[in-house]
Design a protein around this ligand. Structure first.
Ligand SMILES: *Cc1c(COP(=O)(O)O)cnc(C)c1O
Length: 400
């Protein structure tokens, strides 16, 4: 063992931006013996997982569980829907939307983008204006909750505007589901992709792809939609759904399905509204704590700060990577920086899944505050801690 391997140990608190910590129940479920994927017990668990995913995504659309990171579902959905020459409006307020635009262009779509600085949300008015001026967009795509920049876009307003203009609406709701209100069926969203590994606190490794009738029609009409492929939604529909939900197009990862089943069950037992409220409360506590420390939130306006993570602007005199390493090494707390092109601009304090409970926001705010002070930044640690606790104390308990 080399010196450096010997010294490494696991963090005491994983408060990073996903995947998040999993519960004992999820871990135990993943440790169950592996059974045959055609065993009726497994098949029923798979069908239940599919139903629960639909319930948590508040949709009656078909939900396809594709195993691979949420990126698999995003790519499968994009490839299924997008044809060369298709006129697409991509709404960019963060790195996931930006990458989505790269995909659209690589499939030879004709792409127009509305891009805002990554510390702001998309304005519904700008979308309406663009659609009114160029009313022939066939697809409007956006990310509901931009995890890397801790910003939530107003999908509830943008979805209906885009749908009314006749476009197909494509939404990445990976970190939104379970963390904030997501209502694709009410908001005109035709196809959306959720993930179990963020606010739902499941293991990473699955995409939950909700496909509505208009999206299926677009996929069927697309000569480039994958067939006979790991990326094929049509294969799933034909083999699994039309075949009566008894045959898989390929072998599911049995242990991960058990884990996701347990995570989704836990969320439904708690109640989706309560799960969302818990994330909102943790986010509010983190924001209050960060501001009381004397630091600046990344979001220009806290009205669109995300519920899943809180972005904190990097103060003068330190770097993100230096601070994260210091906090990890000295306090055993794993926090996140930004991601992609904004990696070195913000810290992210995460409150997804189990770490949206109890005093975890106090841990993240004090670890960041103390770490920055160690490195010479002036922060008010006492005020930060007070503000977190005061915010959490205002949260009504269930008995109230
Ligand atoms: C996490 C996330 C993804 C998917 O990334 P993974 O590789 O599955 O972790 C996509 N979009 C958003 C907004 C996310 O937060």
């Amino acid at each position: 063992m080399s010196e450096s391997t010997k010294k490494l140990r696991e963090p005491d608190f994983t408060l990073s931006a996903g995947p998040t910590m999993s519960s004992t129940r999820v871990q135990q479920a993943q440790g169950r013996p592996i059974i045959f994927d055609y065993d009726p017990v497994f098949q029923e668990i798979f069908r239940e997982t599919e139903r629960m995913a639909g319930e948590l995504m508040r949709t009656d659309k078909d939900v396809i569980l594709m195993q691979g990171e949420a990126v698999l579902g995003l790519e499968a959905a994009a490839r299924g829907v997008v044809r060369p020459g298709m006129k697409c409006l991509n709404l960019v307020s963060g790195v996931y939307a930006k990458w989505f635009g790269d995909w659209l262009r690589s499939y030879e779509a004709e792409v127009v983008e509305i891009e805002v600085p990554f510390d702001q949300a998309i304005e519904p008015g700008s979308v309406r204006e663009m659609l009114e001026q160029h009313g022939d967009f066939e697809l409007v795509s956006l990310v509901h909750s931009e995890t890397p920049s801790a910003i939530e876009n107003p999908l509830a307003e943008i979805g209906p505007i885009a749908k009314e203009a006749g476009a197909l609406v494509f939404a990445d709701v990976v970190s939104a589901v379970g963390g904030t209100d997501v209502r694709p069926d009410e908001w005109g969203v035709d196809i959306c992709i959720g993930g179990p590994q963020k606010c739902l606190a499941g293991p990473p490794g699955m995409s939950m792809v909700a496909v509505g009738d208009d999206a299926w029609a677009a996929i069927e009409a697309n000569p480039n939609a994958p067939r006979g492929s790991f990326l094929s939604l049509l294969d799933w529909r034909q083999t699994w759904i039309e075949g009566g939900r008894v045959k898989f197009p390929y072998t599911p990862s049995v242990s991960d399905i058990f884990g996701v089943h347990a995570a989704l069950s836990e969320c439904l037992e708690e109640g989706l509204d309560d799960v969302i409220a818990r994330h909102a409360a943790a986010a509010a506590a983190c924001r209050a704590g960060v501001e009381a420390l004397g630091l600046e939130l990344w979001a220009r306006d806290s009205s669109y700060a995300a519920n899943c993570v809180t972005g904190v602007r990097c103060p003068e005199g330190v770097t993100i990577s230096q601070t994260l390493a210091h906090v990890r090494e000295n306090y055993g707390v794993m926090l996140s920086g930004g991601y992609g092109e904004i990696s070195d601009k913000l810290f992210r304090l995460t409150h997804m899944g189990p770490i949206s409970r109890s005093l975890y926001p106090l841990v993240s705010v004090s670890a960041l505050g103390r770490g920055l002070r160690d490195l010479g930044v002036s922060v008010d640690l006492g005020a930060g801690a007070e503000a977190v606790l005061e915010s959490l104390a205002q949260v009504p308990t269930k008995a109230d």
